[in-house]
Design a binder for this molecule. Structure first.
Ligand code: CP
Length: 312
């Protein structure tokens, strides 16, 4: 695969063909991710996890992926116990880390931080979420989940629900879905719509976009309902958050309007946007989605890390 030694900062760093290659490789990785088969292509590799913002799924699924591939992790899980507390810059921290590891996975609260890290590192850098910017590896596992459910991505009608302003998962996903010719229905509280910058890019790509603020109407005829949490931590003003908190919730009543095969997805964590009663319905794909993080990240790490330095 052509990803060898490359950074992955934005989903725009990947072509449609490269995304399809990662998805195909991910499907083959499922038995290895489950532990029923063994493969160790990263046996002599170290991958650094540099997480400067909380994470459960992304960090642990990356660590599981490295270990399932026979590699080793070194991890920053809490920036407050690093020398950044003594004033060390992100640049210096990453430059140093790149001399300890064969690749760096970074999560940071500031948009653009992963790009900065890639400039500081002579090893490949993978963006695991930069503020309200991008979350490209989440997109790959989101696509893998949709592909598993529908056996294709082409032409799906996908509702993006919730915080489209600050939600980095939708910023990345909307781009990839547009590459696959999906129809996007944007359903958000008025103050949390998709920023113009993203809308313009999607329109430039020929994206099929509809805005439908009413959830009941939005999900009629939808194949996928992609639910997101309101990103409370990105609001400068708590009062602004309170105005929109709890403004949408997917429950059994809402789903009565849906197609029987509607797939309900969520990058998780959820904070009340999906009622627990949905978990037991055939619509609920979000826990399978969380598992697919492992084979997808295994395929990606195998492609990027299995060998040379950046650009090698
Ligand atoms: N989906 C996701 O990014 O989850 P975490 O914040 O737990 O890593």
């Amino acid at each position: 695969m052509s990803l060898h030694g490359r950074d992955l900062i934005s989903i725009r760093d990947l072509s449609l063909e490269e995304i399809e290659e990662v998805l195909a490789a991910s499907r083959k990785m499922i038995p290895y991710a489950e532990g029923s088969k063994v493969t160790h292509p990263l046996a002599d590799k170290i991958v650094a996890m540099a997480f400067f913002e909380p994470s459960t799924r992304t960090r642990l699924s990356f660590e599981a992926a490295v270990q399932r591939l026979g590699g080793t992790c070194i991890t920053i899980a809490d920036a407050s116990v690093t020398s950044m507390r003594k004033g060390e810059s992100l640049h210096d921290s990453i430059r140093m880390l790149s001399s300890y590891a064969d690749a760096i996975v970074i999560r940071h609260p500031n948009e653009g931080s992963a790009r900065l890290a890639a400039r500081a590192s002579d090893r490949p850098v993978i963006n695991a979420g930069d503020g309200a910017g991008q979350h490209p590896t989440q997109t790959l596992l989101d696509l893998a989940t949709m592909h598993e459910a529908f056996e294709t991505l082409r032409g799906l009608r996908v509702v993006l629900l919730g915080d489209l302003k600050y939600g980095r998962t939708v910023h990345s996903l909307a781009h990839a879905l547009t590459l696959f010719g999906c129809e996007l229905v944007l359903c958000a509280p008025p103050s949390l719509g998709l920023p113009d910058e993203y809308r313009s890019r999607l329109e430039h790509l020929g994206g099929k976009l509809t805005v439908e603020p009413d959830l009941g109407r939005a999900i009629r005829d939808a194949d996928v309902l992609y639910v997101t949490r309101i990103q409370k931590e990105r609001f400068g003003d708590e009062a602004e958050y309170r105005k929109v908190a709890g403004s949408y919730r997917v429950d059994a009543t809402v789903l009565k309007e849906a197609k029987p095969r509607l797939a309900v997805m969520h990058p998780l964590p959820r904070a009340g946007e999906i009622a627990p009663e949905v978990d037991e319905t055939p619509h609920a794909l979000y826990f399978r989605q969380a598992f697919l993080a492992v084979p997808v990240r295994m395929a990606l790490l195998d492609a990027i890390v299995g060998g040379a330095k950046k650009g090698g």
